[in-house]
Design a protein around this ligand. Sequence first.
Ligand SMILES: [Zn+2]
Length: 244
Amino acid sequence: MQLTVLGCYGPYPPAGGACSGYLVQEAGCNILLDCGNGVLSRLQEFIDYRDLDVVLLSHLHADHLSDLMIMRYGLMLNPKSKLSDQPLPLYAPPEPAGEFERLPYKSAYAVNALNEHSAFDIGPFTITVSSGVHAVPSFSFRLESPTASLVYSADTEINQNLAPFAKSADLFLCEANYLEADITAGLTNHLSAAQAAMIAAEAGAKKLLLTHLHPQRNSSLYLAEARKYYLAAELAQERFIYQI
Ligand SMILES: [Zn+2]
């Protein structure tokens, strides 16, 4: 299994950066996890977007779906061949309803609503979800293949589901939009680097990749905080390819 970080910032990117987008590949299968602003451009540095097998949206916030609204133009105007004009499968939470209803566009996407019991296979991957706690419904994803396991937290504040869901993951890709000082100050909706690290430790994850980083923070602060609780922590880096 291979993970390429296309964008790792939120809720907006720094100059030259991108918001959430992760390409997961194995055995010729291409899965895009989230499709925030800047992701379509980055994706094409690695693969043709028409070669995606599925897009999984964790939640319906703009920093996770913006480029989906652009990619649909490409899919409609630039089909790979006359024989391959099938809609691209897309999985997303059905709420907020107004956002969900905007997703289909001239059949560019075959939209499927996620729920807390969703479980499905795509190529060599078995995909399951877990409910997070965020301003809108948000799902974490677990991708299991014959070779490895990847868990992506998506956006969530601390919740009891996440550590069991990430149990023994080979790679835990976890948001860390905050530092502990933010949690102490009462901010909600996201995890701190320390919380991400404590979840990784409780889960027994083999490696932690911190993501959804705030564009105006010195990233080394996140890493220093996380490593107090979990040594095998790293910062996600855009354009890096991780072999899992
Ligand atoms: Zn976000």
